[in-house]
Design a protein around this ligand. Structure first.
Ligand SMILES: [Fe+2]
Ligand SMILES: [Fe+2]
Length: 205
């Protein structure tokens, strides 16, 4: 029962964009840059996309942790999920600082990702981890793209994105260490397509 309440609390906080960071935001060590209206709106929209990505990460990790069988895999999933919670909090804070707002579709993104995570979990640990490793890999690539798209002087946002990218690389490495299989190409392509839809929509809504 306690576990259920704890999970439910996490779900509601994830959807509402209220997360508790266990590490201070990397933005804090950088001064606010003088951004014009357009740069601010662009940076806020990119951070909204990243925030949605982190909502999805919460849901994926929850779905997978619910179904993971191996205790080591479970522990690694939980550790990564805690770091994803930092990402969630950092990106929400940065959206606020930039004067933006989180995605209106967060409950929808969350529900979809939870279903996918549970499905991946049901296929067994090797595939569960394979899916995770590929997700982290795609997120890492995506964050690299954001570093190119963000205003060069927006050091506060960039610091957050860089720190997230480092964590995602670590998450991928740990999934591989735990014995992730290699996903077939069509599965990777389908994931790319789904993420393209999500990022395009979340940039606007
Ligand atoms: Fe993340
Ligand atoms: Fe991650």
């Amino acid at each position: 029962m306690d576990r259920l309440i704890h999970e439910l609390d996490r779900v509601l906080r994830a959807i509402a964009g209220i997360a508790n960071a266990s590490r201070p935001s990397p933005a804090e060590s950088n001064a606010e840059a003088a951004l014009d209206e357009k740069e601010r709106a662009h940076a806020a929209a990119l951070m909204r996309v990243n925030h949605v990505g982190e909502i999805c990460a919460q849901a994926l990790y929850q779905g997978q942790a619910l179904t993971a069988r191996n205790a080591r895999a479970k522990a690694a999933l939980e550790q990564a999920a805690r770091e994803e919670e930092d990402h969630l909090a950092w990106s929400a804070d940065r959206i606020r600082e930039l004067g933006g707002r989180p995605s209106l579709l967060n409950p929808f993104w969350y529900a979809g990702s939870l279903a996918i995570g549970a499905l991946a979990g049901a296929l067994g640990d090797r595939w569960n981890l394979a899916f995770l490793a590929e997700t982290e890999h795609q997120v890492e690539e995506h964050l690299t793209g954001h570093l190119e798209a963000l205003p060069a002087k927006d050091q506060r946002t960039r610091a957050v994105v860089e720190a997230m990218r480092r964590d995602e690389a670590k998450h991928r490495a740990s999934a591989l260490r735990l014995g992730a299989a290699e996903l077939p190409e069509p599965a990777k392509a389908a994931m790319r397509l789904a993420s393209k839809v999500m990022t395009t929509v979340a940039y606007r809504l």
